[in-house]
Ligand binder design. Structure first.
Ligand SMILES: Nc1nc2c(c(=O)[nH]1)N[C@H]1C(S)=C(S)[C@@H](COP(=O)(O)OP(=O)(O)OC[C@H]3O[C@@H](n4cnc5c(=O)[nH]c(N)nc54)[C@H](O)[C@@H]3O)O[C@H]1N2
Ligand SMILES: Nc1nc2c(c(=O)[nH]1)N[C@H]1C(S)=C(S)[C@@H](COP(=O)(O)OP(=O)(O)OC[C@H]3O[C@@H](n4cnc5c(=O)[nH]c(N)nc54)[C@H](O)[C@@H]3O)O[C@H]1N2
Ligand SMILES: [Mo]
Length: 672
């Protein structure tokens, strides 16, 4: 039957996008097209509702910005003039260019640049990884997000599964640290509210009065990058006041004495000066944390995106060990739960060869460095690099390089796409097969295609497999087909085979640790000795001044304001950003505006040594004075000069994990 006369159908599937919640979905399809999405109840966290962004996804799937066929650039780089070509010509050209670069300059002159994409196991780190490994391409360190939190969580606990978000209803104290779930993981909010109704206390650590901060018993409006001082002061207070759980530490931890020593200088007064939080509030928090149980910390990502990010996250994660908060339902911490699954890497083939490592935060600089060897072919997929990478001016200058051959493979005509030599159209998650594990919820989904891709869009696994073949790099036994790939990813252990059986039965399966593990009862650190390492040697060596060493605020007289760029409920990173209409203003506290003679609606210039943004001004007293905000994920069209917060983000790195320091941007603002 042709699609147009097919009866409407309703499918269960799931959302794999970069979000902790991993919603299970109900999708209505008519004539081969998605017409409506809603949450279903298979994932207990989803509770039948979804965010408004994903509800609007049909506008992305069938909107005018969707890429429908391969295209070749005909205008200047950045101009956005392209002409349609066939897949055969596009892949032929790309394969020839990759082969030539490898031959002439070596595999390391090829840079595969990718990040979130659809965030599933079949569309990244699969056939793509195999191709680039065999080419000997440069190794991309994926550090725009979660590399500081990830390193800290691995170093201290071996990425032990965290407290299930649904178990927070059992907590008496909830600490929401550096995350704004009202935008970035909405299903957590009603859980916190339910716990509050049952008497739980709420503390929020955030430079902004987020919606949850406004409902909190204590809002600690930390200066961006000040969390390390705060956490160390609480650790010191717990030790000094007899609230450290010495028995737990003796039995389950290493490095407690060393941590105590490093925290010793962090009196409440000193931490107040470094963090911008009143000394009484720090002490009130420490007392609350000592007294209440079960106590749980939801650690987010806002606190990692600065020079102290790795140490700050480590200190925050050390708190439940020092305070003895583990071992009860609703007690402990939650960071990313992505480590709850161990997919079988061998499905992809041979391991990664050791090639030169490129930190993705240095993309601009790397593209502008023309030796050792220069990047000759840049292959961007699963990423809108120009919108999401720091040091945007340099990234743009790099993308403008005439001798650089750039492939952009995406669903829509992103800002980055305008700089492509060849553009490839990708399918979206409702159009291809995917395996999506949650990083908040302890569930994994098998995500089957429910709609037909528009135009000639093709899935990553197909395109990278075909490129591998065209380059003659395929080998007997390569798994290319997504069904075979998924089987193999879930084949290496009894745990994984149980997950697979669950997927076969219901399309959704629990993590091997179950849906609601209790830390130090059901799960233990995945370190070699099963203990918490409070001062892990590897992290201590990696941090330039040692773990837990505080680096002062980078503000200068010329750039005194801290610019943060958190997520909003309108985009996922920059995904869906093209659907957002109108300009987006800078937000500033009224006191900072008054000091500069600025008012609501003014047109302002925001600048530092990396770049300049021109946009409107909105006064917002939810911000701490000294902190200004322009959200992440904006597109060029959202400001007057086509630059976004990333033009002001430094290419500096966090102390551990080489993470982006978006929130270390320091700026000045004046009327434009
Ligand atoms: N709607 C939506 N959902 C998303 C995303 C999205 O873009 N949109 N992104 C997804 C992704 S990729 C991620 S990584 C997660 C991120 O989710 P979150 O952890 O919520 O991350 P952010 O939005 O970056 O920042 C969260 C909060 O940190 C605060 N903050 C900034 N600097 C600091 C600091 O130095 N210390 C402290 N304590 N707080 C600070 C900000 O004011 C903000 O309220 O969300 C995921 N979910
Ligand atoms: N200023 C500032 N910038 C930030 C941050 C910040 O806090 N401040 N946060 C950062 C964070 S948390 C993150 S995670 C990064 C995210 O950085 P990116 O991963 O670059 O972010 P997205 O905007 O989600 O881009 C993903 C792109 O992949 C495409 N895509 C989706 N699925 C597929 C697929 O199956 N195949 C192909 N070929 N393409 C696909 C989408 O259309 C989209 O354009 O951004 C970072 N950027
Ligand atoms: Mo992220």
């Amino acid at each position: 039957m042709p699609p147009s006369v097919q009866a409407p159908s309703v499918h269960t599937t799931a959302c794999p996008l970069d979000c902790p919640d991993a919603c299970s979905l109900e999708v209505r399809v008519e004539g081969g097209r998605v017409t409506k999405l809603d949450g279903d109840h298979r994932n207990p966290l989803t509770q039948g509702f979804i965010c408004s962004k994903v509800r609007h996804i049909p506008e992305l799937l069938y909107g005018p910005d969707r890429l429908l066929h391969p295209e070749r650039r005909v205008g200047k780089k950045g101009e956005g003039r392209f002409e349609r070509i066939s897949w055969d010509e596009a892949l032929g050209t790309i394969a020839a260019r990759l082969a030539e670069a490898r031959e002439r300059l070596g595999g390391e002159s090829i840079l595969p640049y990718r990040y979130g994409g659809s965030n599933g196991a079949l569309t990244h780190d699969a056939n793509d990884a195999r191709l680039f490994r065999r080419l000997g391409a440069s190794t991309l360190l994926r550090t725009v997000c979660a590399s500081a939190t990830g390193r800290a969580a691995v170093g201290l606990y071996g990425k032990m599964p965290g407290v299930a978000l649904t178990d927070y209803v059992h907590s008496q104290l909830i600490v929401v640290w550096g995350t704004n779930p009202s935008a970035t993981g909405i299903h957590f909010v009603p859980i916190v509210q339910e716990a509050q109704r049952s008497g739980a206390r709420l503390v929020v650590v955030d430079p902004r009065a987020t919606p949850l901060a406004k409902q909190a018993d204590l809002h600690l409006a930390v200066k961006p990058g000040g969390d390390l001082a705060l956490a160390l002061a609480v650790i010191r207070w717990l030790f000094e006041n007899g609230h450290a759980d010495e028995r737990f530490l003796a039995e389950h931890a290493t490095g407690a004495e060393e941590l105590r020593r490093r925290a010793a200088e962090w009196t409440v007064e000193r931490a107040a000066a470094a963090s911008g939080i009143a000394a009484e509030d720090i002490e009130a928090f420490a007392r609350l944390y000592a007294d209440e149980a079960p106590a749980v910390i939801r650690c987010g990502w806002g606190l990692e995106r600065n020079r102290n990010g790795g140490s700050a996250v480590a200190a925050v994660l050390a708190l439940p060990a020092v305070g003895g908060k583990f071992g009860v339902r609703g007690g402990g911490y939650t960071m990313s739960n992505s480590g709850a699954w161990k997919l079988d890497e061998r499905a992809i083939g041979e391991p990664e060869p050791a090639t030169r490592e490129i930190n993705m935060n240095h993309l601009g600089e790397v593209l502008l460095t023309l030796d050792s060897p220069k990047v000759d072919v840049l292959f961007v997929y699963n990423s809108n690099a120009l919108a999401t990478t720091p040091d945007q001016e340099k990234v743009r200058a790099g993308l403008e390089r005439e001798d650089l051959f750039t492939v952009v493979y995406d669903q829509v005509r992103t800002d980055t796409a305008l700089y492509a030599d060849i553009l490839l159209p990708a399918t979206a998650f409702l159009e291809h097969r995917e395996l999506g594990k949650g990083y908040g919820a302890f569930v994994i989904h098998r995500i089957e295609p429910v709609a037909e891709p528009p135009g000639e869009a093709r899935p990553n696994y197909e395109v990278f497999a075909e490129l591998t073949r065209r380059l003659g790099l395929d080998r007997p036994g390569d798994l290319e087909d997504p069904v075979a790939l998924e089987r193999a990813l879930l084949d290496g252990s009894a745990d994984n085979r149980a997950v697979r059986a669950g997927l076969d039965a219901d399309g959704i399966a629990d993590a091997p640790c179950g849906r609601t593990p209790i830390q130090f009862v059901d799960t233990f650190p995945l370190t070699a000795d099963r203990k918490v390492h409070l001062v892990p040697e590897a992290l201590d060596r990696e941090a330039p001044f040692g773990l837990y060493a505080f680096q002062p605020d980078p503000a200068t007289a010329a750039a005194p304001l801290a610019l943060i760029s958190p997520a909003t409920n309108r985009t996922i990173s920059s995904y869906l950003g093209h659907l957002r209409r109108g300009k987006v203003p800078l937000e500033m506290h009224p006191d900072d505006a008054a000091a500069r003679g600025l008012g609501e609606g003014d047109r302002v210039r925001i600048w530092n040594s990396y770049g300049e943004v021109v946009t409107g001004l909105r006064l917002n007293s939810d911000l701490t004075p000294g902190v200004v905000c322009l959200p992440k994920g904006l597109w060029a069209k959202h400001t007057e000069n086509g630059r976004t917060a990333n033009a002001l983000s430094p290419p500096t790195l966090s102390d551990i994990g080489g993470n982006a320091c978006f929130n270390d941007a320091r700026v000045e603002v004046a009327r434009a």
